[in-house]
Design a protein. Structure first.
Length: 337
């Protein structure tokens, strides 16, 4: 079994894997084998699969060990004392261990389409791409399958900033890290890490990773099967989960504001991203309205008030539509005082 808690020692470049696949695993024993079969049976062999054990309590750690024993390309890593640190910390740990020229984050309850890795590597090399976005098929119990991206996109290399502007205009910005194939040097150049302890860590990661790409490419091939899980952190409708999501979005707004101020971009892009920032903030109010527990709703109200959240968003609402939406929220809040 290859089990490590610290980054691996340097190995000769001739045997470094071309692609690192990072898969955080928490209580995913029911799905892991299907996910791993889809990855390890790919026709592209020069990969390492970094399974990050996030303190699972469903007996899944044994499955991770079995896969490491079965395939020498599989590495199992864990947090100190096998703690449950969350998906962001697990992705960071996997990122620290990655050695491949390219990197892909995969979720343990999803599957990779046959030939996906060889396709992405070929396109990345041919187009010298920093980031490749691609399509995926979403399945959800009781709903028809659908593609994640449904609007037409350019299929030639553009800058990351042009991609971000297009995504904002089309209002089609799915923030899911498994929708990106990265040149690892790009991530290192940007110094990207996930915001730990936040269920919305994909949002700032995708935003900055896309924005700072010099060569961004969209490929319309469907390469990934995404299974929407209503029992996940983002899918659960419990009051406690809604509260965590709302509080997490408040943190995300601050991070997006920092990105907006720190990363060089045109005035048009800055304005579009500020509108997106406000849109994420407005989700806090939508989540609040579904919190049935009075005590938890009060806790969120107090945090919003202490942060002067709506007024801070007003400064970023440079567009009329966002100002109107914020006025409605603030009026509703004022009526309930």
């Amino acid at each position: 079994m290859a089990h490590e808690n610290s980054p691996p020692e340097m190995t000769p470049p001739s045997i470094l894997p071309a692609v690192s696949i990072v898969i955080p695993v928490y209580n995913a024993a029911a799905y892991l084998d299907a996910c791993m079969e889809s990855v390890c049976t790919q026709d592209f062999r020069s990969i390492e699969v970094i399974l990050v054990d996030d303190g699972s309590t469903d007996g899944g750690s044994g499955k991770l060990a079995a896969w490491a024993a079965r395939d020498s390309r599989v590495i199992v890593v864990a947090h100190p004392e096998n703690a449950n640190r969350g998906v962001a910390a697990s992705r960071n740990l996997g990122l620290d261990h990655a050695r491949g020229a390219y990197l892909w984050f995969v979720d343990a309850d999803d599957r990779v389409r046959p030939g996906a890795i060889s396709h992405l590597v070929a396109v990345a090399k041919e187009q010298n791409a920093d980031v490749i976005a691609f399509n995926a098929e979403e399945t959800r119990a009781g709903f028809p399958t659908r593609n994640v991206y449904r609007q037409a996109k350019p299929v030639t290399v553009i800058s990351g900033e042009e991609w971000v502007k297009l995504s904002c205009r089309q209002k089609e910005s799915p923030h899911a890290v498994w929708l990106r194939f990265y040149r690892r040097a790009h991530l290192q150049r940007c110094g990207l890490h996930f915001c730990e302890g936040n269920g919305h860590d994909d949002i700032p990661w995708i935003t900055e990773g896309d924005l700072r790409a010099e060569r961004f490419l969209y490929n319309d091939a469907v390469l990934y099967d995404y299974a929407r899980n209503d029992k996940s952190i983002t899918g659960s409708g419990s009051a406690a989960s809604l509260l965590r999501r709302a509080e997490g979005l408040m943190v995300v707004v601050d991070i997006l504001r920092d990105i907006n101020q720190r990363v060089p971009m045109s005035a048009e892009t800055r304005s579009l991203l500020r509108a997106e920032l406000v849109g994420q903030g407005l989700q806090v109010d939508r989540l609040r309205q579904h919190i049935a527990d009075p005590a938890l709703r009060k806790r969120l109200d107090e945090r919003v008030k202490s942060a002067n959240f709506w007024r801070s968003l007003w400064k970023d609402a440079t567009r009329f539509t966002r100002k109107r939406q914020l006025v409605q929220v603030m009026l509703r809040e004022w009526r309930h005082l």
